[in-house]
Design a protein around this ligand. Structure first.
Ligand code: FMN
Length: 197
């Protein structure tokens, strides 16, 4: 199967450090690997509604058609590799990325797309810029993505971290740029919850 990488950009500013670092890593992908870049700022989603236990309407959701949710769902289903490109905001994912992941729950309630079966065995990756130099402060973000991958289960490639505050600053993080060169060359294992390892 041809690999198709979906880059989901979740910064609250354009061309920020997370995107710059993700583009550095993506430069290394072979030319036969498809790349699709979607910026969540261009595809806003409404507030997520949890309808699972509302007895006044059916639990199963219809497949969205013709809107931002539909575009994101279709892109997610088509991708062999999903790359979450989120800055570190309060030690975790940005709000737009978190909302996109909340919609994964809606799609689990959309029988016709078989969301869990489709994502099972695919690969989740993360790319994150942060102002802190001590990278362990990003553990909540890393744990969120790892556990999300373990749910399906998907393979988890880990999170490529880079230091930066102003846009472009990450280009001064030589270690991050070196890690970017080989980041997508890994063959990541299936994700496991911490209690399974
Ligand atoms: C709302 C907000 C929250 C932030 N929280 C953190 C944080 O918890 N830890 C950190 O190291 N940097 C934090 N930062 C700094 C950003 O992670 C940093 O500027 C990063 O380079 C932004 O990435 P971007 O250019 O891709 O948007 C925060 C910035 C904003 C705007």
């Amino acid at each position: 199967m041809t690999r198709k990488f979906l880059f989901v950009l979740g910064s609250a500013r354009p061309e920020g450090n997370s995107e710059i670092l993700a583009r550095k890593a993506a430069e290394q992908l072979p030319s036969d690997v498809e790349q699709r870049w979607l910026n969540l700022a261009d595809l806003p989603l409404p507030d997520f509604e949890d309808r699972r236990h509302d007895d006044s309407r059916p639990r199963a959701r219809p497949r969205p058609v013709g809107d931002n949710e539909a575009e994101l769902l279709d892109a997610t289903l088509e991708a062999t590799d999903i790359v979450i490109v989120s800055p570190l905001y309060w030690y975790s994912l940005s709000a737009t990325v978190k909302r996109y992941l909340d919609y994964w729950d809606a799609w689990l309630e959309t029988p016709e797309v078989a969301f869990q079966d489709t994502l099972k065995g695919r690969t989740l990756w993360g790319v994150t810029a942060l102002a802190h130099r001590e990278e362990e402060v990003a553990e909540p973000l890393i744990g969120t993505l790892r556990n999300t991958a373990a749910f399906f289960p998907m393979h988890f490639g880990g999170v490529l971290l880079g230091n930066g505050t102003r846009p472009g600053h990450v280009l001064e993080d030589a270690e991050a740029l070196a890690r970017a060169k080989t980041f997508f060359a890994q063959e990541p294992p299936l994700a496991r919850y911490p209690y399974d390892s």
